[in-house]
Every structure is written in structure tokens, then in C-alpha cells.
Design a protein around this ligand. Structure first.
Ligand code: OGA
Ligand code: MN
Length: 211
């Protein structure tokens, strides 16, 4: 089984890298091929149906706890070698990792990601993706897996940009949003239907400064 990869100088990847450099985030409405989006959505539904997705926790280590008043999604972490569709997604993210390292010298060493399913009315309050005691997460990447999503379904990703500007992204299937994990506060608004995504983080090596 050979996973999908694209050259690290593919125009789509160069656009993302240029956006990240210029403004700290990028939105690509047509990123995942449609067939792959459908396969990943089916895989997410299947795992949810089999009870493999669990309520997401906030915090890290011993301080980790489920708090639905902060975030109400259900998640499952991805491992390589599970299904071809998942590996194709991981392959694309690997291409993006290489592209970012080549052009931005970010030193991104690995990538962690999970399926996320927000049931109707679930949300994730405004937050940053970097932990106080662990600053390895550099770049966040979310791909959406929702067919025929309309603005009235809600579920926007709201990013709080410089200059007091709020910017909303519709979680429409195939769309990718990438942003600097430690710099862009963001929030997931409640939706009227299940909201599916794959969310991941490109990480650099840990600094050994633990108290
Ligand atoms: C997260 C997150 C955004 C989204 O999982 O940390 O902010 O649009 N997700 O799903
Ligand atoms: Mn987040």
C-alpha cells in the first residue's frame, strides 16, 4: 500500500507556505480530493458507530480532564498503517511538513492528528493550540469532511486575527485551514448537525526546560 504524496514544491503547498509566512494562516477550500474526503468521512462515521471516538479532554498529563463546557467533540488519534485513506491523508500532511520546512525553516519534526466529531450543539471555546508546559506544537492543520455544509448549519471555525478581526471558516468538505498554533486564538461554533474533521499539529523538537 502506497500513500498519496505530492511534491513539496506543488503550487498548492507553496500557496499555503506563502500565506503562513505573510499572515500566519491559510485557507484552501479545495485541498483534499473529493473521493478521499468521502472515504475519510465514512471512516470517521464508522469509528464513531463502533464507539471508538471518545470525549476529548482539555489540558495535558495529570491535569487532563473532559470538560464539555469548554470542548464537546469526540476524537480518536490516528496511527499510520490503519487504512489507505488515513495514510493518504498522512501522506499529504507529510508533503506539507516538508514544504514548510524547506521554505520557512520551522524544523517541524513530526505530526499528530485525530478525527474529531462534534455532535449537534457541541463547541470548543476560544483557545490557543499550544500548552503552557509544552510548546512543541507550531502549526495547526484542520481538514473538514462534511458534505453539503451550508452557512445555516453553523459550526464555523472562528479565528481571532490581528487588528480585532474575526474570520469565520465554513467546515465544508475538502477545505484545509492551517495556522500558527501559538498565535491565533480560535473557537469552534456550535452546529445543527454532526461536524467532522481531521485535526493535526506539526511539532518541533521539545526544549528540555521542565521545572
Ligand atoms: C482544535 C480546534 C478547530 C476546528 O481541535 O483544537 O480548534 O475547526 N479545531 O475543528
Ligand atoms: Mn484548536
Amino acid at each position: 500500500m502506497r500513500a498519496m504524496q505530492i511534491p513539496s514544491d506543488h503550487p498548492l503547498l507553496l500557496r499555503i507556505v506563502d500565506d503562513l509566512y505573510a499572515q500566519g494562516w491559510s485557507q484552501q477550500n479545495i485541498f483534499l480530493p473529493e473521493a478521499l474526503t468521502l472515504e475519510l468521512a465514512a471512516e470517521c462515521h464508522k469509528r464513531a458507530g463502533e464507539g471508538e471516538l471518545v470525549p476529548a479532554a482539555v489540558g495535558r498529563g495529570l491535569a487532563q480532564e473532559v470538560r464539555e463546557g469548554i470542548r464537546g467533540d469526540h476524537i480518536q488519534w490516528l496511527e499510520p498503517g490503519e487504512t489507505l485513506a488515513c495514510d493518504n491523508y498522512l501522506g499529504l500532511m507529510e508533503s506539507l511538513r516538508i514544504a514548510m520546512n524547506r521554505r520557512l525553516f520551522l524544523g517541524l519534526e513530526d505530526f499528530e492528528s485525530h478525527f474529531a466529531l462534534y455532535p449537534p450543539d457541541a463547541f470548543y471555546l476560544k483557545h490557543l493550540d499550544r500548552f503552557r508546559d509544552d510548546d512543541r506544537r507550531m502549526v495547526s492543520a484542520v481538514v473538514y469532511l462534511n458534505q453539503a455544509w451550508l452557512p445555516e448549519h453553523g459550526g464555523h471555525l472562528r479565528m481571532y486575527l490581528e487588528g480585532g478581526i474575526d474570520y469565520d471558516v465554513l467546515p465544508a468538505g475538502g477545505c484545509l485551514v492551517v495556522f500558527l498554533s501559538g498565535e491565533i486564538p480560535h473557537e469552534v461554533m456550535p452546529a445543527t448537525r454532526d461536524r467532522l474533521s481531521l485535526t493535526g499539529w506539526f511539532r518541533r523538537r521539545a526544549n528540555d526546560v521542565f521545572i
